[in-house]
Structures are given as C-alpha cells and as structure tokens.
Design a protein around this ligand. Structure first.
Ligand code: PAF
Length: 294
C-alpha cells in the first residue's frame, strides 16, 4: 500500500516506521527542510535500526491509498484545509484530545478517527524509541467513511502493530481522553515518566482526576481506572507527549484534554483537580529561562 503520514513527531514517525517495516511504501510530510533532509538521508531510526521512509514537504500532498494525520491539535486547521482540496481519499486522524472531531466532518473523503496508545518517545527529528506496545483503534469519523469492517484500515492490522475497528467512536475517544487527562498533565507537572503514576502517592492524585473525568463523561470508574493503570504499566518508560512538549518548549495540548472536559461539562460536575492541572500546565509552559534549574 502507498501510505502518506502527515506530521513526523513521535506518533507519526512510529506509524511510518512500522508500516514501512511491513513492506508498505511510506512518505512522511514535514514542514521543516532540516527534518525533510534527515529523513530522506537516514530514514527513521526506530529503536536503533534505520527504516526506509521517504520525506516530502507539506503541503505538497501527492496520491496515496491512505493518508494518516499525526499532527498535534494546534496544526490541525491547516492540515484539514489541505485535505479539503483532495477527494476520494481514505484518511485516518490519530490525535490526542477532542479538538478535531467536529472539524474533520467538512473533509469530502472517507474519514476515520483513531486513537493510539503506544508509548513512543521522539529523540530527534528522525529518531524514536518505542517503549511500550499499544494499539490503534479507529472508528468512522466523517460523512463518507465506510462502516464495513473490511475497509483499507482493517487490512493493515497485524500482530506486530494492531489496528482495530471499534464501532463506537465516542467510546474510543472518551477512553483515550480520560487516560490523557490523567497521564499527560501529571507527568508534565512532576517531570516524570509514565510509570511514576504507579507510585502510591501519585496514584491517589491520578485516581481523583480519573474519578472527576468519569463523572463528566458518564464512564465506568472501575473500568477506566484499570485502563489508566494498564497504559501506565505498558508505557512506564515513556515520556508523555505533554512532558515532551514542555521539555522542548512547545505549546501543550492541555486545552484539548482537561480543558475540553471543563468546557464540555453539561452536568456542572465539580472539577477542582482538572482546573488545577490546567493552571499548572499553563504555568509550566511559561516557565522558561532564568528561574529554571537545569
Ligand atoms: O500522549 C501520550 O503520551 C500518549 O497518548 C500516552 C498513551 C499517554 C503514552 O505516553
């Protein structure tokens, strides 16, 4: 299959490398010439091994059997604008957070929304470490997507890199949202790997965040708490995407995660823990330079 991956951060590079290893022809669309050159020269270094992947400059998107969008939420508008110019494509979005869900509906192609819970760390513009095996779940996201299980995406499923269809979009999104609303801010605030959340003192805070999130989203608390712990165990060595953003001086996706819960709370559930972590992560985004200890 000929696959285009838009965005070469941790998740984009993981997807590109895994599909290339399975014999697919993969092109990563990037915005910086330096990254374009590195990927074209060296491929993607996946756990120390070079995997052949082509790079191309965004927004010059050529023809692909499947396009996977792996950009951060703050880049999603310009990507959607470009995808609206294409027709008859199969497109999968794999963002954290909820900002893109309504926006993708204007794309005229077959659009799917997915979640990715692999533990993957970006070490450089062309290097990743895959710390924790996870999976991609997807569901119909746009008006023209095929409901059937045997669409292009289901054909990509493999034991090494599972991709599974889940009929209920809300369920996969909410499950991932709860995990991200717990793991991402805590790891960013405490500057720790995901496994630190399993320490009893951290677990107490994580549980409170899980409980508040489940009340807003009407999710089963026991089931979601097990899911949070499962992801922390599976990705214990991973640096979360939010901690990585803080470390690299990039804006975080906190407003699309905990901020989304606060803004979409029809039952007016009290969310003191989420309100605090949003404030703390915004403060972390601003704390750079002279006051920081190395
Ligand atoms: O954002 C992340 O880092 C990831 O979604 C996850 C699954 C929490 C692993 O670090």
């Amino acid at each position: 299959m000929n696959i285009g991956v838009i965005g070469a951060g941790a998740v984009g590079m993981l997807i590109a490398a895994k599909f290339s290893q399975q014999g697919h022809e993969v092109t990563c669309y990037v915005k910086r010439e330096s990254q374009y050159k590195l990927i074209n020269d060296y491929g993607i270094i996946y756990n120390g091994t070079s995997v052949k992947v082509k790079a191309a400059m965004f927004p010059n998107i050529t023809s692909h059997d499947l396009i996977i969008v792996a950009t951060k939420q703050h880049n999603i508008d310009e990507v959607i604008e470009q995808l609206c110019l294409l027709s008859n494509k199969t497109i999968l979005f794999v963002q954290n957070g909820m900002g893109h869900i309504e926006k993708v509906k204007k794309i005229p192609s077959q659009v799917y929304i997915g979640t990715c819970d692999h533990g993957v760390e970006r070490k450089s513009d062309y290097t990743i470490l895959h710390h924790g095996q996870g999976e991609i779940n997807f569901s119909v996201g746009g008006v023209n997507a095929l409901e059937e299980k045997d669409n292009v995406l289901s054909r990509l499923n493999s034991e090494q890199f599972p991709i599974s269809h889940e009929p209920n979009l809300e369920r996969i999104l909410y499950r991932k949202l709860v995990v991200n609303c717990v793991v991402n801010p805590l790891t960013a605030i405490f500057h720790v790997k995901n496994g630190a959340i399993l320490v009893p003192e951290m677990k107490g805070i994580a549980y409170k965040l899980t409980e508040e999130a489940c009340m807003v989203l009407h999710m089963n608390l026991d089931e979601m708490w097990d899911e949070v712990l499962r992801v922390c165990r599976n990705t214990s060595e991973n640096i979360s995407s939010m901690l990585s953003d803080i470390m690299n001086g990039n804006p975080t996706e906190i407003d699309h995660m905990n901020g989304y819960l606060i803004d979409h709370n029809p039952d007016h559930v009290l969310l003191p823990s989420h309100e605090w972590v949003v404030k703390m992560v915004h403060a972390k985004e601003k704390l750079k330079g002279e006051y920081m200890l190395s």
